[in-house]
Ligand binder design. Structure first.
Ligand code: RIB
Ligand code: CA
Length: 317
């Protein structure tokens, strides 16, 4: 049974998306986390798709938290989605149960603000999609900002991007939101591609998922099967990187990632570099560090956590 005195209260803003879906299952299962709400943003798919997918994954996980839909588009740009990676539904692959509840009637940022203000301690924000909702949450002002323990986000990279040579998808979709979040003064941890590409769902990892003999293990393996094709053909990776659960695992187990403090700037206007995270690892710019930048993942522990979340779960956690 979860001991709430020892857990980290958190919310998850996401754009499911195959790896977001695994992140939801991980956040639901980890005893170190007290997940209090899920909010959705357009990114891997339209807001309608990411919201429907979040409802279905939460139903699959028997996760009883409010789920609210947020931004249907970036702060000031046209939406870019990734059907080439996640498919037409943004979560192509195995059939999922129909949602067992409707979306919360509140807009996502209202739900997030309500959860933060109602909590008896600051709440961590996990962000695994474009940062539009998070930027709008920070705009709510000092009372809400003061209730955010930290932001742990999947996004950016200390090296090459994925959606362009310079930019990682989540930052690329809404660079203005990312700029506001990274400049927001809230303690921030960045799980970029340089970290998440260490979390490859190799054939051995997927065999462990199937060997669980659980519905979650089977479905996660089938999600990754869909995900794997593109990453092997486009990036030549020995298995798809499962990006978003890295942020969840890092919040629950701070020592699972080694990191460094650095100033991170968001390129908003570059002709070829829109959405790049300029990570000043060697303090060349003389700017105050604004993020803990993840560098190395304890890969074995990470997969043990993910596999554990897909195995038989305690009832009523
Ligand atoms: O670049 C990877 C990120 O973009 C992940 O969060 C994935 O779900 C997509 O949103
Ligand atoms: Ca995502």
């Amino acid at each position: 049974m979860r001991d709430r005195r020892l857990t980290v209260p958190c919310v998850l803003d996401c754009d499911p998306g195959h790896d977001d879906a695994v992140a939801i299952l991980l956040a639901a299962a980890l005893p170190e986390l007290d997940l209090r709400a899920i909010t959705t943003v357009a990114g891997n798919g339209t807001l309608e798709r990411t919201s429907e997918n979040a409802l279905r994954v939460a139903t699959l996980a028997r996760l009883d938290v409010p789920i609210a839909a947020g931004a249907a588009a970036p702060l000031s740009r046209e939406l870019v989605t990734s059907p080439d990676i996640h498919g037409r539904t943004a979560l192509d692959g195995p059939a999922l149960p129909a949602p067992d509840r409707p979306l919360d009637p509140r807009p996502a940022v209202d739900l997030l603000a309500d959860v933060l203000l109602a909590a008896d301690e600051p709440v961590a924000v996990i962000a695994t999609g474009p940062l539009t909702n998070v930027a709008l949450l920070l705009r709510r002002g000092p009372e809400v900002r003061g209730r955010i323990r930290e932001i742990v986000l999947m996004g950016g990279s200390t090296g090459p991007g994925n959606v362009t040579p310079a930019a990682e998808f989540n930052i690329y979709v809404d660079p203005e939101a990312a700029d506001e979040v990274f400049a927001g003064g809230i303690p921030l941890r960045m799980a970029g591609l340089n970290l998440t590409h260490q979390a490859l769902a190799t054939d051995a990892v997927r065999a462990r998922m199937r060997a669980l003999g659980t519905e979650l293990g089977r479905i996660a393996d089938e999600w990754l099967d869909f995900f794997a094709g593109t990453y092997r053909s486009r990036f030549g990776l020995d298995g798809p990187p499962v990006h978003d659960p890295c942020a969840v695992a890092w919040l629950a187990h701070p020592d699972i990632v080694s990191s460094t403090r650095a100033f991170v700037a968001i390129e908003r206007d570059g002709r070829f570099t829109r959405g790049a995270t300029v990570v000043d690892l060697h303090d060349r710019l003389g700017r105050e560090p604004n993020a803990d930048v993840g560098l190395e993942l304890d890969v074995e522990r990470f997969w043990d956590l993910v596999i554990g979340a897909l195995g038989p779960q305690e009832k009523g956690v």
